[in-house]
Each structure stands twice: as C-alpha cells, then as structure tokens.
Design a protein around this ligand. Structure first.
Ligand SMILES: C[S@@+](CC[C@H](N)C(=O)[O-])C[C@H]1O[C@@H](n2cnc3c(N)ncnc32)[C@H](O)[C@@H]1O
Length: 207
C-alpha cells in the first residue's frame, strides 16, 4: 500500500472553492487530513473493491483521495453546482482513472442506494452557521442508510452526540481519533489569516 505522505502529495494539487459559501460551510479538507482519513480507511479494508461515497464532496478532496486507492467506484455528492464544477476540474489535476460520479443533490435526503459494500467518507458541515444547526446529524443519518461503514469528521466535543446517535441507529463507533487542521481565512467574518480547528474523526459500522 502506498504511504499516507504519498497520498498527501497527490492531493496537494486539489484546488479550493472558487467562491466559498459560508451558509454551506464550504472550506476544503486539507490534504494532510484527507490523506489521513483515506489511508486509515484503506488500512481497515474499507476502500479497495468497494463503493465509496463522499457526502458534501465540495472540492472532491476525499472522493479523489479514495479514487487513488482502488475502489470499485466513487460517488461525490454536493448541493452546490459550482463546487462540483471545481471537483470535476480537480479530478483532472489528480489524474485518477477510477470511475467517479459527481451527483448534485441534498445529502441529507439519501440521494442514492449503492449496491454492494459501501463506505461513506465525509467532512460534513458542522452546523456552525445559524440555520444549519445539527447539519452533521442529518449527514450521519444518510451514512447510516447508504453505507455499512462510515468515516466522518466532526468538531471537537462531538463524541457524546456521535456515540448516542450511532447507538440509536443500531451502529457502533469502532475508532475515534483527534485531528487538528488549519483553516485558512476565506470568509469576511474570519478575522485572522488562519485558525487551528480541533476535530474528531469517527469510524462507524452501521448494521
Ligand atoms: C466542510 S465542506 C467539506 C468539503 C469537502 N470535503 C472538501 O474537502 O472540499 C462541506 C461541504 O458540504 C456541502 N453541503 C452543505 N450542505 C449540503 C447538503 N445539504 N447536501 C449536500 N452537500 C452539502 C457544501 O457545499 C460543502 O462542499
């Protein structure tokens, strides 16, 4: 298996959002964090020969990372057409030949039912913006419906909520990691040039 750092290098060419929308919490997953998520998923046998669905794919970062690790196919879902246009361009930059379907749809209303073993990878909106509270709950709900395993990034302090939600759905949190990523300033309300964001990554098996 190629190394995590090789994957990070391959993902470093992925371009960010052209005109990021704060209401959709459009910030790119940094290549190091994306490589970490995909590499851990691959080590657990959750990428190769499976369908991988990236909910809220944005720039396509997680979908493209998965595409480089031998899945059967990849589906990237986003509600924003412009984001998907960026993802299409990023696919060319990354140069993968894996089949990828870019789907314009609301990820909180399960837009697809893949057949066979399916993994969801996602960095959903955390629900930080007014009107989007609990956005990650609806994304988890979709993961529970379409996948048998998911990897999701949440803001720090989500453990109680994620575990309770998973238990209610009859699933199990099998791994939990902490990860810090640097969010470059891209919205007017971001006063600083960049900010470190503490996050949590969960692997969940859905039944
Ligand atoms: C935190 S960003 C993650 C982006 C992506 N993982 C990346 O690295 O570029 C959240 C993404 O979810 C998308 N999104 C927000 N609400 C959505 C919804 N209801 N259905 C589908 N996508 C949504 C946004 O457009 C955005 O691309």
């Amino acid at each position: 298996m190629p190394t995590k750092s090789a994957l990070e290098t391959q993902l470093a060419v992925v371009a960010g959002f052209d005109a990021p929308r704060a209401d959709l919490e459009q910030y790119p997953t940094p290549p190091d964090l994306a490589a970490h998520v995909v590499h851990v998923a691959d080590l657990n046998g959750d990428v190769e020969n499976r369908t991988v669905v990236d909910l809220g794919t944005g720039t396509g970062m997680l979908a493209l990372g998965a595409a480089l690790r031998g899945p059967n196919r990849v589906v990237g879902v986003d509600i924003d057409r412009e984001a998907l246009e960026t993802a299409v361009e990023n696919r060319v930059r990354v140069g993968t030949t894996t089949e990828i379907d870019w789907v314009l749809a609301d990820a909180t209303r399960p837009p697809l039912r893949p057949e066979g073993p399916t993994t969801v990878l996602m960095n959903p909106p955390f629900g930080a913006q007014r009107g989007h509270e609990h956005a990650d709950r609806a994304f988890l709900s979709t993961a529970a419906e379409v996948a048998d395993v998911s990897y999701s990034i949440h803001n720090a302090g989500s453990r109680e909520f994620v575990e309770a939600f998973t238990e209610d759905e009859g699933g199990e949190v099998t791994h939990a990691f902490r990860a810090t990523f640097t969010l470059e300033s891209q919205f007017d309300f971001h006063g600083e040039d960049s900010k470190d964001i503490e996050t949590e990554l969960y692997r969940i098996e859905w039944t």
